[in-house]
Design a protein around this ligand. Structure first.
Ligand SMILES: [Cu+2]
Length: 290
């Protein structure tokens, strides 16, 4: 409770700072369903909404099918040793120290299992780590303790702070989204390749949306990349995933996936500059694809 007494005034201070840089007109977005959020008492991964997340989930299931039999086998071996090779059951233990066939087997079999796992994990890593052509590029910066977003092709910049309990309703969120919902949302178009450049300004943070199957550390002085292509319009939540200080648990992430028209209208409301404006150097890729 003392922690909360410290944090609440701090958060209040952040929010007042945020007011200066806050993106406006989020409320003009349509009502969206909450699709990516943790569920009470659940233990499995969140429902996937990108191809990457489906692949992560497939790997998770695959590994479970491999590790469960191994765990059962090793536990059975242990029980066998405990029951049949204790001092009472087996007073005269064997003294040999080597068994070539078994030694070959316990080297080759695990190697084959690892090779089998690699057959699936390496392509998955490749899909995650090789960036596709970006339809939208956003730079994300982790701060103690909030997120900053910059739509690099359009000169749009804003911060993202967690909502206090009594602010949730004003922003159209239900009470159970406390610790997840934020004042602003990263708005992106559906079915487009979104490339995020993730960094941090002070300590290491980590940006993630579990339903998209993406997570990337933001390291001060470095620009790392992640990408996703969300398949359904809705609201998705994540939380900073690198212990970054006292308010680490209070810097959640909100992403709103909307139609391309709504995305472009939102961008315009944020005062975006587009390619035909003289100051933009790069073409607007969002409008050109499709
Ligand atoms: Cu953080």
């Amino acid at each position: 409770m003392r922690l909360f007494k410290v944090i609440t005034p701090m958060t209040a201070a952040f929010v007042s700072v945020a007011a200066a840089t806050k993106a406006v007109a989020d409320d003009l977005l349509p009502q969206l369903p909450v699709l990516g959020a943790p569920v009470p008492d659940a233990t499995a991964l969140q429902t996937p909404f990108t191809a990457l997340a489906r692949e992560v989930r497939f790997l998770d299931d695959l590994l479970l099918w491999i590790i469960v039999p191994i765990t059962i086998f090793v536990t059975a071996l242990l029980i066998w040793v405990i029951v049949f090779h204790n001092r009472r059951a087996n007073p005269e233990p064997a003294r040999f120290t080597h068994n070539t066939p078994i030694e070959i087997a316990w080297t080759v079999v695990p190697a084959l299992i690892l090779l089998f796992i690699a057959l699936f994990t390496f392509p998955a890593l490749r899909h995650q780590q090789i960036m596709p052509e970006a339809d939208v590029t956003i730079k994300v910066t982790g701060f103690q303790w909030y997120w900053g977003y910059e739509y690099v092709d359009h000169g749009v910049e804003f911060s993202q702070f967690m909502l206090e309990r009594d602010e949730l309703a004003d922003y159209g969120y239900t009470d159970d989204l406390y610790l997840l919902a934020t004042d602003t949302a990263m708005v992106v178009p559906v079915n487009k390749n979104i490339v995020l450049q993730v960094t941090a300004a002070d300590v290491i943070h980590s940006w993630t949306i579990p339903a998209f199957g993406v997570k990337q550390d933001g390291v001060p002085g470095r620009l790392a990349e992640l990408w996703f292509n969300a398949e359904e319009e809705g609201i998705y939540f994540g939380q900073c995933s690198e212990l970054c200080g006292i308010a680490h648990a209070y810097m959640p992430i909100t992403v709103k996936v909307v139609s391309e028209e709504e995305y472009l209208a939102w961008l315009e409301r944020q005062g975006a500059q587009f390619a035909d404006a003289p100051q933009a150097e790069q073409p607007v890729q969002v409008a050109s694809s499709n």
